[in-house]
Write a protein that binds this ligand. Structure first.
Ligand code: NI
Length: 169
């Protein structure tokens, strides 16, 4: 089932998420819903807090559903390595209509549980490294705006405040 994607400003997007503690049928359903919601958006990543669930869980799929092997589900992820620097345009399904150049590591190694509860380690370079870091930020209560220079962030925040006042956010 597709779920509504919450927008920047919602408390659950600001709060650090809690650990996933067991692969219940409800959690499997949540993962299915996250994948469906990400693909429908369409987007290349979605974290549980974005649909209102404060758990350390995200899905990433650079192929947006075209290549099943590109789909990655990670619970309780942690970075094992982070190297280098890339600066590319980035957006977020919870901050629709806004993009910015965000500094990110060029290469990461991340480890977490897959949906069978098995520990998996993935290497991400370029866009995949960016996606992993972006989704990890969501689990820590951050969105890409928090990675911008203060002035750039303030300008975007101001525009969002205006949209919110008009009931368009
Ligand atoms: Ni996002």
């Amino acid at each position: 089932m597709r779920r509504p994607i919450l927008r920047y400003g919602e408390a659950v997007l600001r709060d650090p998420a809690g650990p996933v503690t067991g692969w219940t049928p409800e959690l499997q359903q949540l993962v299915d819903d996250m994948i469906e919601t990400m693909h429908a958006a369409p987007g290349i990543g979605l974290a549980a807090p974005q649909i209102g669930v404060g758990l350390r869980l995200f899905v990433v799929d650079l192929s947006v559903g075209r290549d099943p092997s590109a789909l990655k589900v990670l619970a309780n992820p942690e970075f094992v390595e982070r190297h280098g620097l890339q600066c590319e345009e980035e957006g977020c399904l919870s901050v629709p209509g806004f993009n910015a150049t965000v500094p990110r590591p060029q290469r990461v190694v991340i480890r977490g549980e897959d949906r069978d509860g098995r520990i998996q380690t993935y290497e991400g370079v370029g866009l995949l490294a960016r996606a992993f870091q972006h989704e990890m930020d969501h689990l820590d209560g951050r969105v890409f705006l928090h990675r911008l220079k203060p002035l750039r962030r303030m300008l975007i925040e101001r525009r969002i405040t205006r949209l919110r006042r008009r009931g368009r956010w």
